[in-house]
Design a protein around this ligand. Sequence first.
Ligand SMILES: [Zn+2]
Length: 273
Amino acid sequence: MTPLLDSHCHLTGYSDPVAVLRQATDASVDVVAVTEDPGEYRLLRTRLGRRPGVHAALGMHPLRARDFAPADLARFLRMPPEATWIGEIGLDYSPTGRKTRRAQLRVFETVLADPRARALPMTVHSRGAEEDTISRLAQASAAAAILHWYTGPLALVDEALAAGLWFSINPAMTASAKGRTLIDAVPADRILLETDGPFARQGRRPARPADLPASPPSGLSLPNTPPASSTTTSCASCKSADATRLAAQADAPVSPHANAHRTRSLLTKDDQT
Ligand SMILES: [Zn+2]
């Protein structure tokens, strides 16, 4: 059976990432484990080794932009040759992120200027900064960029599609009218699945990758193969995802990344014990 792909999961945000991954494997779900900085990426790679079914993604999270020293960016730029995915990267001009706009743009543009980074599939945050995010990705001709949990204007969707961008959809999005309108506006072959777990919820608990195959409506072809395990493969190799199948699982929407900063502390804590 072709595994599904959870294209955006904060694996290190769970108290027991290895158990979450084991459940995902049992449920035939591959996981893109996003990180917020090169240190977290390195730690994740060390902890998971070369375990099959998980892609550690090299990230520089926009809400951390002001913390990043030039040395962090330099460290990031040394790593794409060993990485298979980039993320989480992007921009956030929500009230939380607005004040670090300039620092975010500097980091995002530096990442996109690296040809080895932009040749990899990337999962991209764009909250409140959709126009700048889409225009930067279009200018960079990113090989396979996925707008994760897109909540921006529908008017920009055509622009994003014309730039070759993808959208990843989680159950919380299917619970909102805006999310459903977005799903209708995007061709199925430009949609991937994600959980954004553990920050998105499945019922009363944090969403997990193993939730993705639950209760699929009959007759739908299910997604999808990982877009790339090499630097040259683009998302063209992804099968389409029919996101409407997530509707049955949807629960109350939650705000994206309300707890993004917990990721790192949990990882650090786990690793020390
Ligand atoms: Zn995220």
